[in-house]
Write a protein that binds this ligand. Structure first.
Ligand code: UVW
Length: 221
């Protein structure tokens, strides 16, 4: 194992509640209900794809032009940025800092492979950006999760073969993307939702260099 590719939302910090509030409010303005169960399906999904899913849910996918959809995304993001601006290092999920320290000491590359265009700003708020060797810009990858593109780009940014990476995710679409890239997947969350992963852990507090390495060593070759 030479590199670890990290999702951000739900792995390094929990932004899901803020995305939910911002999408719920935008949905309400459009007369579309976005509840927490539906929000689950938006995890790891890009901003524009999330909006498309919400509009489809409301049966109005064809009602908005592409310029109007862009405007709705800008509105949602402004609302989201307002909600997250008070984030601090206290919002880093349990076990993450010890894991980043262990990986750094072991000389293992660390890359952020998040669909979020807000990832650099959030890493700054959390004061963890310096740990990472790179952040894949999701605007530069052709297809979002569950397509493998962002994880393949992450491996390339690390200068490491996909087979020598481990991806860490909390969302089903993310695990699907990791596996499609031929990368070992460690997931955090519900075992049934994340069944495609090579290993599922209940919490980020269970992540460690030893667990990641062991999962990589026991991968099916
Ligand atoms: C996601 O959260 C996936 O995207 P953004 O933060 O760019 O809206």
């Amino acid at each position: 194992m030479k590199a670890v590719l990290f999702d951000l939302d739900g792995v390094i910090t929990d932004t899901a509640k803020f995305h939910f509030l911002a999408w719920r409010d935008l949905g309400a303005e459009l007369g579309i209900e976005v509840d927490e169960a539906f929000n689950e399906e938006l995890k790891g999904v890009s901003r524009i794809d999330s909006l498309e899913r919400i509009l489809a849910q409301g049966g109005v996918a064809d009602k908005y032009s592409s310029a109007e959809k862009d405007e709705l995304c800008v509105k949602k993001n402004a609302d989201y940025l307002e909600l997250i601006k008070e984030m601090t290092p206290a919002d880093i999920l349990p076990g993450i800092i010890p894991l980043l320290e262990e990986l750094k000491s072991a000389g293992i590359k660390m890359i952020v492979t998040s669909a979020s265009k807000n990832a650099p700003g959030i890493l700054d708020l959390l004061q963890v950006r310096a740990y990472f060797d790179g952040i894949v810009d999701p605007a530069t990858v052709a297809a979002g999760k569950p397509a493998p593109d962002i994880f393949l780009a992450g491996a390339q940014l690390a200068g490491v073969a996909p087979a020598d990476c481990v991806g860490v995710e909390d969302a089903a679409s993310g695990v699907e993307a990791i596996k499609a890239a031929g990368i070992v997947a460690v997931a955090v969350g519900d075992e049934q939702v994340l069944a495609l992963a090579d290993r599922v852990l209940p919490s980020t507090a269970d992540l460690s260099l030893a667990v990641l390495r062991e999962t990589w060593e026991n991968r099916k070759k």
